[in-house]
Every structure is written in structure tokens, then in C-alpha cells.
Design a protein around this ligand. Structure first.
Ligand code: HEC
Length: 158
């Protein structure tokens, strides 16, 4: 009997150790981050609210298929953005908050999730190194909007 209890204790300790290891190494869940931090504005399906919160579904998939586009997405998440956007005949004059407090891996995961919304064909991914590089130099939210205008002119941001 005493021996049984000993075995049970050892099994429990092993199970606990395993669950700790797997949670410590779990990859960030982009869909869960999106639901918790972005969906209140951009909506669960990423379609946004016309003239209030821009649609991301389908559009970020396109932006993320280009190197400069991926850098821009990193800049938006890290610095936030404010300025005027025009998308599908709607005007957005809003403020996108900065998410610089999230880790590189979290930002990469949430952006990769957004790039999958409404994506047709191959899905683009954004990696943590790209996000890390986008942290320097720090940009003002207005400077990010200026960067965006250049990318619209170049056909990278739809
Ligand atoms: C408080 C509302 C709000 C939250 C929360 C928010 N956003 Fe935004 N987002 C905006 C607004 C408003 C804009 C447009 C800003 C402007 O007018 O310059 C924007 C712009 C963007 C853009 C640029 C789109 C384009 O067409 O260039 C991306 C990408 C984006 N948000 C992703 C996210 C992600 C990912 C999250 C969650 C981590 C998030 N946003 C959370 C309000 C929000």
C-alpha cells in the first residue's frame, strides 16, 4: 500500500513537470491573441466596421505577401498608426493602438493569423525576426501612416 502511494506521487510529479514543460514552450496562439486584442475593433472575421475600423480580411493577406508589406505590418503593430485611410470608398480617420508590449513571437503569430483571414491560395506568414527588425527605429503613428501612403502608391497595400 505504501509503495502504491509512492508510485502515484511519482507519476503525479512527472505529469506536472511535463505539463509545465509543454506550456513553457507552447507557440503563441495567433487566433486567441486576435480574439482578445483585435476583434473588438476589427471584428472577429476581420471585416472591420465601415468608416470606423478598417477591414483586414483578404487585405492583410495581400500586404503580407511582400517584404516591404511585412515590414509595414510590423511597424503598424509596434508603433500604432494614425492618419487618413481610404479603403473601398470608405474613409477611416482613427487611431490604431501600439502593441509594442507584446513579444516578437506574439506579434508574429497574430499577424500570421490576420494574414490567413480571407486568404486565397498560399498563406503568407510573418516571422518573429521580421517583427524584431521592425522595432527599430521607433516611428511615430503619423510616420507609419506616411509609410502606408507610399505602399498604396506602389500597389503593395490595397
Ligand atoms: C481600438 C481599436 C483597435 C484595436 C484594438 C486594433 N486596431 Fe488595428 N486599426 C485600428 C484603426 C482605427 C486603424 C486605422 C488607423 C488609421 O486611421 O490610421 C487600424 C489599422 C490596422 C492595420 C492597418 C490596415 C491597413 O489597411 O493598412 C492593421 C494591419 C491592424 N490595424 C491590425 C490590428 C491587429 C493585428 C490588432 C490586434 C493586435 C489591432 N489592429 C487592434 C483600430 C484598432
Amino acid at each position: 500500500m505504501k509503495k502504491d502511494i509512492h508510485i502515484v506521487k511519482r507519476l503525479l510529479t512527472a505529469a506536472l513537470a511535463l505539463s509545465f514543460i509543454s506550456s513553457a514552450h507552447a507557440a503563441p496562439d495567433g487566433a486567441a491573441l486576435y480574439a482578445a486584442k483585435c476583434a473588438m475593433c476589427h471584428q472577429a472575421d476581420g471585416r472591420g466596421i465601415p468608416a470606423q475600423y478598417p477591414p483586414l480580411a483578404g487585405r492583410v493577406a495581400t500586404i503580407a505577401s511582400n517584404d516591404q508589406g511585412r515590414a509595414y505590418l510590423g511597424h503598424v503593430l509596434i508603433n500604432g498608426m494614425t492618419g487618413m485611410l481610404r479603403i473601398n470608398n470608405a474613409t477611416y480617420v482613427g487611431y490604431m493602438p501600439s502593441f509594442r508590449a507584446l513579444t516578437d513571437a506574439d506579434i508574429a503569430a497574430v499577424l500570421t493569423h490576420v494574414a490567413s483571414l480571407g486568404a486565397t491560395g498560399n498563406k503568407a506568414t510573418i516571422d518573429a525576426d521580421t517583427v524584431h527588425a521592425a522595432r527599430t527605429p521607433p516611428l511615430s503613428p503619423t510616420a507609419v501612416s506616411t509609410e502606408r501612403r507610399g505602399l498604396v502608391a506602389a500597389g503593395i497595400v490595397p
